[in-house]
Design a protein around this ligand. Structure first.
Ligand SMILES: Cc1cc2nc3c(=O)[nH]c(=O)nc-3n(C[C@H](O)[C@H](O)[C@H](O)COP(=O)(O)OP(=O)(O)OC[C@H]3O[C@@H](n4cnc5c(N)ncnc54)[C@H](O)[C@@H]3O)c2cc1C
Length: 377
């Protein structure tokens, strides 16, 4: 049995594995290898690694981890995780003397004598078959993006169709760019880009735009196009133009599209981790979810005080590091009979019954992105 199973080998999971390996915690990291930024040419805003291709960043991290014998990595998708052996001890004074009785609810069929530990354990279904167990579980499974349109956006995603000015705004310096949408956040993004792009257009896709927003945009040099959009046309992953259902096409080099995020994996939902309406798993400052012993880090999780995930590579890595240190402290407390300074009151209860396997459908997340306040997501 490992100390920790980490599911997800993006920046959050890899950073957690590093921090755990450095305090000799045995770690099994399981990763399906579908990072959120996989289509992007480069990672930006990661100090000392600005401009590194996403896959190369992961390879560098894996190479570093290979120097820590406590860390094992296995590639593939984890299809199920579950809590095992709730060996909670209950005082039974019915016989006139203090005895302890194991609460067998949720156990995995082992005898009462086997359940000597007060701790939960966790089991993951391994890619390719079999299972592995650990004392703590860290989920770092990330988010996935859906592009509701227009046609052609998928082929350009991460290369010339973007969502985040902090990830890709700089690469639009001096270029002709467009922002799609008519909501206040889209107007704000167009104005933000107008500070350094050569030519910015807001294309509402047939949505009406209020007069005040139009006036602000136009007085700052932003063109407004309100026709419905037929498609984005490009050469390979390079945008050439936006084609409207009426009116002339608009030549552009980059476009900021609306993206919808959802949990990449249903594992947290299956465990019964509390989540927000946007689909993000709720964690406290220490990465603890509402399920004892289950931690979450990276894009998939956020605190109640943060309105959107702070979705960026460096913040994902940082949250993985924090969760790892808290897991180590949690295990120290358990092993040495110490009080846990990081034990928190439980978060709100999960909205649904736990399931043991990854559901076929995923929860939709934020439909109105707020890129002006959200790094990376
Ligand atoms: C197009 C694009 C470009 C971006 N560019 C930047 C940028 O330049 N700079 C920046 O800071 N941020 C950028 N971001 C944001 C950045 O990608 C994320 O913030 C970051 O990847 C989050 O890291 P993570 O570890 O939480 O999740 P991810 O990187 O998404 O990694 C999650 C990992 O978990 C694995 N996984 C999921 N489910 C399972 C399962 N059931 N079993 C096993 N493994 C599983 C996935 O396969 C994946 O490898 C960009 C995002 C997008 C969409």
């Amino acid at each position: 049995m490992s100390d920790v199973i980490v599911v997800g080998g993006g920046p959050a999971g890899l950073a957690a594995a590093l921090a755990l390996g450095r305090v000799h915690r045995t770690v099994l990291l399981l990763d399906a290898g579908q990072g959120r930024n996989a289509t992007a040419g480069h990672v930006h805003n990661f100090l000392t690694r600005d401009g590194t291709p996403p896959a190369e960043l992961r390879e560098l991290a894996r190479a570093e981890l290979s120097g820590y014998p406590a860390v094992r990595i296995r590639s593939g998708t984890v299809t199920g995780v579950r809590a095992l052996g709730k060996g909670r001890l209950q005082a039974d004074v019915s016989g006139g003397e203090d005895r302890f009785q194991t609460d067998l609810s949720g156990n995995d069929g082992r005898s009462q004598a086997d359940l000597s530990s007060r701790e939960d354990r966790f089991q993951a279904d391994l890619p390719g078959g079999g299972t592995a167990e650990a004392r703590r579980l860290l989920l770092a499974t990330g988010l996935a993006d859906e592009l509701p349109g227009p046609r052609g956006a998928e082929a350009l995603w991460g290369r010339s169709a973007f969502h985040c000015p902090y990830c890709h705004g700089y690469e639009c310096t001096g270029k002709r760019v467009a922002v799609l949408g008519a909501q206040p956040g889209r107007v704000r993004l167009a104005l933000q880009l107008s500070r350094f792009a050569a030519d910015v257009a807001l294309c509402t896709g047939g949505e009406p735009l209020d007069a005040a927003s139009r006036a602000t945009l136009e007085s700052n040099g932003v063109t407004v196009r309100c026709e419905p959009i037929a498609r984005l046309e490009g050469t390979g992953d390079r945008l050439d133009q936006i084609v409207f259902e009426g009116g002339p096409p608009l030549a552009r080099e980059a476009v900021f599209v609306v993206n919808i995020t959802r949990q990449r994996s249903g594992l947290a939902a299956g465990l019964g981790c509390a989540s927000f309406a946007d689909g993000c798993v709720e964690v406290n400052e220490f990465g603890q979810t509402s399920v004892p012993g289950v931690y979450a880090a990276g894009d998939m999780a956020r605190r109640a005080t943060v309105p959107v995930p702070q979705a960026a590579v460096i913040t994902a890595a940082a949250s993985g590091t924090v969760a790892a240190a808290i897991i180590d402290q949690d295990l120290l407390s358990a092993d040495f009979g110490l009080s846990n300074p990081f034990a928190q009151p439980p978060l709100k209860p999960a909205p649904h019954e736990p399931a043991t396997h990854e559901p076929a459908t995923h929860q939709p997340a934020a439909s109105e992105p707020a890129p002006s306040t959200q790094a990376g997501g």
